[in-house]
Structures are given as C-alpha cells and as structure tokens.
Write a protein that binds this ligand. Structure first.
Ligand code: F6P
Length: 528
C-alpha cells in the first residue's frame, strides 16, 4: 500500500511543515526557484512551458514525490500501458489510446493482432470519407452536398469532439458546421434540429457500446426527422456510426451507410484521438486531425522518454497527488485564458473524475488516501468576475491550473495582451496576496497555481494539452493504486433509471421503491 512507503511518510511530514514557508518566503529565499520548477517541451512547430514554481512545493517535496513515483513503479506501469499489457484489470483490457496516435511504423500486438495497423486503416477510411464529403462526392439522399454535421453521443463520445470543434473553429475555417447533441433531454435535440436542413445534414452517431440510452434516444429522434425529409430509404445515406460494434446500431434500429471502428481498449474518455473525432475530421479535414494527433504523440514520446524530474505530465500528476492527498485540497480549478477552451473544464471533469474518482484500488482493497479532486472551472477573464473572489479570500484553498497562449489569431493583439496580463496577475495575486490594514481587504496569498502556456492554440497544441492531462491522470492513478480505466460507479444509476422508466410507462411506482422515490414518482405522474 502506497501510504506505508517511506516516501509517503516523508511527504506527510513535509505536508505538516508546508504552511511554515509561504510562497513569498520561498521565492525570496531562492533566486532560481522559478527557473528550477519550470519545464519545457518543444515539438513540431510548437512549444509548451509548465511553471510549477507557484505550487506549495520545496525541493524536498519534489524529491519525495519523485521517490514516490519510483515506489509506485510508475515507469514500469507506463511502459506496460504503452505496450498493451491489460492494465484495465477489472475489464481485462489494455488501455491503448496511445496506439491511436502511435507512428505507423510501430507495432503493438493485442491478442495476436497489430492494432497500429488497424488504427492506420481506420484513419485512412476516415480521411477518404472526409474528403468525399468535403468535395461533394459523398452527398445526401436528395443529391445535395452536406453543409452541417450533428454529432450524437455522450460522455467521451461528446465531450472530446465538442471541445475540439469549439477550440478549432475559433482559429480555423471549417468546411461544414458541427452541432452536438448529448443529453436525453428532448429540448436539446429538438432545438438543434430546428436549426438544420435534413437534406444537407450528416449525422455522426458515436457510441463505443451502442447501448447508451441517451444516444439511442437522440439517434431515433434524429432518424425520424431525417425520414420525414428524405424518406425512410434515404436515412442511412445521412448517417455514420462510430462504435466498437457498429452492427449493434443496426440491432437498435439505427440505419447507417458509413461506419468506423473503435476498439474495446479505447476508454470513452480517452477516445478523442479515435474515430470518435470523425465530425472534426470531416469539418476541418484529415490534415488537421493529423496535426492534432502529432501534438498528442509528441507528449506521448516526452512522457516515455524524459526523466521523471523533467517530465511535464509526471510532475503535473505528482503535484496533484501532493495537493489532494497530502495537503487535503478537495477541489482543483482549471482556468484557460482562452474562450476557445471554454469546454476544457467539462472535458477534464470526465477525464479526471471518471478515471480517478474511486475508493477501492485495482487490488480490490480500499485505498487509504483521498483520490480524485472535484474538478471545475471556466475561462479567464470571465471567472475573475464570478468565482475567483473565493479562490483569493475564501476559506477553502483551491489549486488552479491557468492556461494561456503567447499568440492570438485574432486581429486585436492588444486585447490579447490584456487577457494574458490578467492571467499573470491572477497567478501573482494568488501566490503573493497583498497586505492591508483592514482584514477584509487583505489577500492572504500562498495559494497554489500552475501556469501552462503554449505558443498558440493550434490543432497540435490542443492535442498536446489533452495528452498532458491524460498522462497526468494516469500518474495519479498509479500512485493511488487505482484502475483509471473502468467506471463501475456509473452503472447502478443506469440500471435504476431503466427500472424507473418502466414504472413511469406503467403509470405507477413499484411496491419495492423507497418511500421518497415513490412519492416523487407519484407527484411526477400526477403533474405531467
Ligand atoms: O459515463 C459512462 C460512459 O460509459 C463513459 O465512460 C462513456 O464515455 C459514455 O458513458 C458514453 O458511452 P458510449 O460511448 O458507449 O455511448
């Protein structure tokens, strides 16, 4: 158990000492602190910098965290992930999202099959399909070219492509416009359909399992809407399915003419580098998707090849463990200073909390420490006019990741300078605070942040940013000894919702319902 290791005990002791030296004192006492706690990564046309110097860490803490990584066998576990060992033990699967962006010359064998070869084949057919749609060779049932895409999916089958669409459409010109439908709330799908012409709409239905009730419900509503416009026989021509088993869509009554495979070893929240991103491949072109994957690959290589002390996702993960398990920080905020990244916080909520929100380890034994923080956030500067007050002066201490870019593609460069000035100022105010004779105006400071910066928001840097967090989550899971790749906690709610749906259809709660649910159901049925 990790909590019995000598490095963990060292960290606990250091955690008790931590409040004794404030960030102001640590910076005053060490002229090299900023440079020493900052890591760099150069790749392709891009570069990234991660400044951890405003975290509540000392060199003793960093040394003990690196020792902890050794005691958690981090390097071996990382290598096991990259080579296809079934590290997702509760589901008997490898976790091979890294195979989705591995160089085509790589070989990763799963059950005797080279999965890199399969990935390359699917990427080629996605590229062919995207080109066909973009140049008007693949058209709708009435012969009109596609101008709009609706992506149907939820969780990883929505959050990843939605984030990529939102981010890239701020900087690149898409050839088709994408919308996203995820919730089973019919208001969402009906509102989206109102804005579309069925004859020119391509529908991408993403579901790893094709058993997800939200996606099936929305898929059926959309197919009915298509049929009303292009006839039953034309529906399939407007639909592409992305799934481990596309034939399950057929069994569920969903018609489609195009299908793209993913694999059981791609976790939903790790699927952004798979065909789940099809809508963006069509909208922006497969070259842009290649750039996106190249950014992810650069981080994969950095994660594998760089010594732990200079490894950005390793340090991100270890510092998260320090904040959560040792300093007891319950939440973690993420604030990109980029409107294009307004969906980054929701994306990370699934990635981090669905991966590491667990109380039992891979060995089926209760973990003896706190695991995933609550992840939340919004973009800067909006957050400064919403929740940052609490971060500066509230009673809970919340570590923050601030994310910014050196360049903007917008024409008003001076406004971008102000945006970034605000990010630097927030990190400064959190760390160093300000004294006042009036306690109410005092800013205590000593509040941790990491600043992550890239030169510009491109497909490549977006891919790199996402991969940094993927691997940071993995590092945390390794230290805590949990399986970051299953999500049994979401199953019970799904089962109960099915049972309750039947009772709603029957018009009465069953006698075995608890008193509260029974009363709520009766009220619901009466007021419908
Ligand atoms: O929320 C549970 C979950 O299984 C996620 O892990 C997944 O991303 C989402 O549901 C959607 O699943 P699917 O892609 O199979 O429809």
């Amino acid at each position: 158990m990790i909590t019995t290791t000598s490095s963990w005990k060292k960290l606990v002791a250091l955690g008790k000492e931590a409040p004794q030296s404030t960030l102001s004192e640590l910076f005053l006492g060490d002229a090299q602190r900023a440079a020493r706690n900052t890591l760099h990564l150069n790749f392709g046309n891009g570069s990234l910098v991660a400044d951890f110097s405003k975290q509540n860490i000392t060199s003793d803490v960093v040394d003990a965290l690196l020792e902890l990584a050794q005691e958690a066998s981090l390097s071996n576990r990382r290598d096991a992930m990259f080579t296809g060992v079934p590290i997702n033990t509760s589901e008997g699967q490898p976790a091979l999202h890294v195979a989705l962006r591995a160089p085509s010359t790589h070989k990763i064998i799963v059950d005797g099959i080279d999965v890199v070869k399969e990935v390359q084949q699917v990427r080629r057919s996605m590229a062919e399909f995207a080109t066909g749609v973009r140049n008007g060779k693949i058209v709708g049932a009435t012969g009109k070219p596609f101008t709009h895409i609706i992506n149907v999916g939820i969780g990883g089958s929505d959050l990843g492509p939605a984030l990529v669409w939102d981010a890239l459409s701020c900087t690149l010109k898409p050839s088709l416009l994408c919308s996203f439908v995820s919730n089973i709330d019919p208001v969402e799908v009906e509102k989206v359909l109102e804005r579309h012409d069925a004859q020119q709409t391509l529908v991408v239905m993403c579901s790893k399992t094709f058993s997800t009730s939200e996606t099936l419900s929305n898929g059926r509503i959309i197919q009915q809407w298509l049929a009303e416009s292009v006839g039953d026989a034309g529906v399939a021509q407007h639909c592409a399915v992305v799934s481990v088993e596309p034939q399950r869509a057929t069994s569920a009554g969903i018609a489609f003419a195009h299908s793209f495979n993913i694999w059981p070893w791609v976790g939903g929240r790790y699927s952004v580098s798979s065909a789940v991103n099809l809508a963006n491949v069509v909208a922006f072109g497969s070259d842009v998707f290649d750039d996106f994957l190249s950014g992810m690959r650069a981080v994969d290589e950095h994660f594998v090849e760089t010594p732990l002390a200079k490894n950005i996702p390793v340090m991100m993960g270890l510092i998260s463990v320090w904040n959560r398990s040792i300093l007891g920080r319950e939440t973690q905020a993420v604030v990109p200073y980029s409107s294009a990244l307004r969906l980054f916080a929701p994306y990370l909520q699934q990635l981090i909390m669905e991966s590491n929100g667990k109380q039992v380890g891979s060995d089926n034994v209760a973990v003896a420490t706190q695991t995933s923080p609550v992840v939340w956030g919004s973009v800067g500067t909006n957050s400064q006019h919403a929740f940052m007050q609490m971060l500066h002066q509230g009673t809970s201490v919340v570590p923050v990741d601030l994310i910014g870019f050196a360049k903007t593609q917008a024409t008003h460069g001076d406004a971008h300078d102000s945006l970034m000035a605000n990010m630097f100022a927030q990190a400064q105010a959190l760390a160093f605070g300000a004294e006042s004779t009036e306690p109410q105006r005092t800013m205590p400071g000593n509040r941790a942040s990491t600043v992550l910066m890239a030169d510009e928001l491109s497909a490549q840097t977006l891919g790199a940013l996402i991969a940094l967090y993927e691997h940071s989550v993995f590092v945390q899971g390794c230290v805590w000894g949990i399986n970051s790749f299953d999500q049994w906690g979401v199953e019970l709610g799904k089962k109960l919702a099915q049972k309750i749906s039947q009772q709603i259809t029957q018009g009465a709660p069953s006698s075995d319902q608890d008193a509260s649910t029974s009363q709520l159901l009766q009220w619901y049925l009466k007021h419908q």
